[in-house]
Ligand binder design. Sequence first.
Ligand code: RRO
Length: 310
Amino acid sequence: MDDISTQSYIGDIMLENCLMNASGCNCQFLSDLIQLDKSNSGAVVSKSCSVNNRLGNPIPRYYHNDTLSINSMGLPNEGYKYYIEAGDSIHKPYIMSISSQALYEDISILEKASSSNISAIELNVSCPNIAGDPQLSYSFDRLEEFLRKVFEYADYNKHIGIKLSPYFDISHFNMAFDILNMFKTNITFLTCINGIGNGLYIDLDKEEPIIKPKNGLGGLGGSIVKPTGLANVNLFANNTNFDIVGCGGITSGQDAFEYILCGAKTVQVGTQLVKEGTDVFSRIDSELKKIMYDKNYNSIECFRNKLTYK
Ligand code: RRO
């Protein structure tokens, strides 16, 4: 299996393998980012940041079981300067995630990030957990206006990707394609999907929600969201020319294979990283290589976006 490679690219950024963490999972602190750097992930992604540090929502604010995770973290982070400086400690591609709120407050973060050791920016327009702040990705007029503001700002030189919410209705997909395709020279990649917003999970014994913020509402991840993630990846891969980063319920080499078959160039691991720690990357990479070996594929380009339809 030595001649089988899971190497991939985001724009011209080469990743030794196609796996990385999902923003938000084990990536808030420098110690987390260094652990990811030492792991067998192909890249490191930071927690989404705001201008200043935030403690986030009250606890309990995260729960997982065999099939799902639910979180209402509320954007706890150390502020953007911390994640720019963290880049100096990372030796593989480093993607800094920035919340849209941060750029509304201070667009010059893009310029500051540009003169640093980061490889790309993932703009998070899809956080489901900030009370009173609707997800930009679901407010199409505001999304267009936001992207215009970002891309009219000329002082940046990094690859930019957009992390999207899951869409469910074809008319909404079409609106998202139209808006994102307006910025086809500015955007390098799309990350599909953030959590499915505002789920509710009940603690049966206590007869109350399992997490506290927002009366128990939180973003869903884990295996239950994989079909939604695959559909979003496949539709964005077939209706835009951006590189697609798949995310949502990836626990195994088979999951990674399915996402790549649907059009993803790289994949992010969230809930399963929280459960298993950074050893997850070597395990999924070797499971993916085994599937590729059995199917006689020696690179991910042999099967990427080659889903066939009946
Ligand atoms: O911190 C969070 O509550 C959070 C964010 Br910013 C996000 O983008 N997605 C998510 O599930 N949680």
